[in-house]
Design a protein around this ligand. Sequence first.
Ligand SMILES: Nc1ncnc2c1ncn2[C@@H]1O[C@H](COP(=O)(O)OP(=O)(O)OP(=O)(O)O)[C@@H](O)[C@H]1O
Ligand SMILES: [Mg+2]
Length: 338
Amino acid sequence: MLTQAKVRYRTTIFLQEKLVKMVCVDDRTRVNPLVYKFPLDVLAILHNHSALAGLLDAKERFDAPKCDPSTRIGIIKKLTNWVESESQSLPSSLLWLHGPAGVGKSALMQQLGLIMQEKGNHAASYFFSRTAVGRSDGNSLIVTLAYQLAMNFPPIRAHIASNLNKNPGIFSLSNKVKMQLLVVDPIDKLCATSFWKRFFRERFLRLRSTMQIPRLVIVDGLDECDNQDIQSDILLLVAHAISQLRLPLRFIIASRPEAHLLSSFNNSIFDKISYTHINLGEDGDAEHDIFLFLTKEFKEIRLNHPLGRLLPDPWPTPAQMDTLVMNLQEDLYILRRC
Ligand SMILES: Nc1ncnc2c1ncn2[C@@H]1O[C@H](COP(=O)(O)OP(=O)(O)OP(=O)(O)O)[C@@H](O)[C@H]1O
Ligand SMILES: [Mg+2]
């Protein structure tokens, strides 16, 4: 005969085993029942509506300029720490990287995107270009970001599928609706469904949550998107998304400091979120970077030019190098004030 205590003990063990099975499944591999209800090929649908030429590793952007090794070291470290910080109460989730033409914003964004991709922390990125084909349409941005989020963070696919199923015409709706239904809502639903799972894991099983989210979202060259109104709209949409998102995504928007973008920061939404900005034109490492860059380029000329072996050594002399670095810095200073 089982005593009451034994029955209670066995019931507890049985429930614990069930619970362990329920909550110990990795978020990335678990098959969500929603997928069966809405068997849409989310990636294929988003892929068909994305502007793929603007992706970090798009074939159209093959060998895109990036930072020379040993340049921008300080700022890359600063941005990497900002992206990777575990703190939920960071001073900001939005960073505006601005600076004059040619100062190296896109090169820096490319470099940071590649570093984060290697570390599994690249969520999505888009590189606008006013001249390259298929890279200036602001209306394609949100879908292209959602496509990458779905690719890099599979658990949100089922929630995007659900919204696509309810709104098949979503791709011709406004950017605001697209941001809500393809990015904010799927992420928030996922957070809501995984809340209890994480709660049990951490509270009762003393396991750390396994939900690994890639963090970094880059929008480079916002000023190169084809319409100033859409540029401002995108900036505000990102701010609104940040104010609602429960995940610690980090958004970087890089652009020249155009007047209409500056005035968009006066919108009241920026009182609700914390954001920061960096003027790349004022990066303190510039002099050192210019010196390293010139040294490398002159070394290559000596090695590769047919008359390189006839050059005097050293070439240029230290005094000539100082003058070159000073002149280039002055040029940058003039650009900064333009
Ligand atoms: N750290 C760096 N190392 C090597 N080359 C660089 C670096 N920064 C910039 N460059 C070079 O300078 C050129 C201009 O840089 P980039 O396109 O990144 O400027 P930008 O600030 O994005 O300009 P724009 O406002 O026109 O978009 C590029 O061709 C790139 O190769
Ligand atoms: Mg650029």
